[in-house]
Design a protein around this ligand. Structure first.
Ligand code: NAP
Length: 249
């Protein structure tokens, strides 16, 4: 990654997205901080300016406003006058699984936020970066996408769809010099998990952001973060169904 690159972060107002902003600001990137709450984004932008002297600007983005995605992406490309080098996709939601199971509108909304909106934005981004012949995409999936578990298979399936999409996009982009990284965090200490029972090995958002951006620098396909989640998820992915379905996961 060069020091003067321009990067847009979707979902930059909190959690992992906010930590990504700090990491990238420290590296001297120009930042476009996108999300729904401009007030919060302005706070993050002010923090990046104050602590790192970074040029950071807030931009309104609603993942569910599909009709506005084309204009939003255009604004990102024009924001600093020198195009766009990187896209960090951090926005997402995880409603309570029983609520999503009981109400398909809740499940559909989650799928649209976590998956459909990613396709809408990243297809534009991929074509744009391929034309430039460089750049990178770093999208936050989840270990929950590795296998459907009884406790969160709706959320998990939205992340699995994202992961499969990114694998195909990565292969498509390989010849054009565009890096596509799938980030798979375990539990992370953010608003999304606040107060949830049964969390373990909880990582900080800063750790996840660092691991993710190191993965971009090294052109990694998939980054489990922290690294030990690759080991934890291996048996979960490989267990035969007759055993897996007896487990309380
Ligand atoms: N926390 C974990 O344990 C964990 C583990 C694995 C993966 N992840 C993934 O990591 C990503 C970041 O989550 P987080 O942990 O940092 O939680 P978070 O703090 O709740 O961040 C989620 C972000 O998504 C944004 N968002 C939600 N709906 C949106 C919409 N319709 N349009 C635009 N932005 C929207 C939120 O913006 P608002 O402020 O406007 O709501 C917020 O900035 C998510 O994709 C999540 O699934 C998290």
């Amino acid at each position: 990654m060069s020091e003067t690159e321009t990067v847009v972060i979707l979902g930059a107002g909190s959690g992992i997205g906010r930590a990504m902003a700090g990491e990238l600001a420290a590296r001297g990137s120009h930042l476009i901080l996108a999300g729904r709450c401009l007030e919060e984004l302005e706070r993050v932008a002010g923090d990046c300016r104050l602590r790192f002297g970074a040029d950071a600007r807030a931009l309104s983005f609603d993942a569910l406003a599909f009709d506005e995605h084309a204009a939003f992406f255009q604004r990102c490309c024009e924001c600093f006058g020198d195009g766009l080098d990187g896209i960090v996709l951090c926005h997402g939601e995880m409603p309570a699984e029983d609520r999503a199971r009981a109400d398909v509108a809740v499940a559909r909304r989650m799928i649209d936020v976590n998956y459909t909106s990613a396709v809408s934005i990243l297809e534009r981004a991929a074509s744009y970066l391929a034309d430039r012949g460089r750049g990178w995409i770093c999208a936050v999936g989840s270990v929950a996408g590795d296998r459907g578990r009884p406790s969160n298979y709706l959320y998990g399936s939205s992340k699995a769809a994202l992961g499969t999409y990114l694998a195909g996009l990565r292969a498509r982009m390989a010849k054009s010099g565009v890096v596509v990284v799938t980030v798979k965090p375990g539990f992370v200490d953010t608003g999304m998990t606040y107060g949830l029972p049964g969390l373990f090995l909880v990582a900080s958002a800063a750790r996840v952001a660092r691991d993710a951006l190191r993965g971009v620098g090294r052109d990694r396909a998939v980054v489990y973060t922290p690294w030990f989640w690759a080991i934890i998820m291996l048996p979960i992915r490989l267990l035969p169904d007759r055993i897996f379905k007896r487990l309380e996961l």
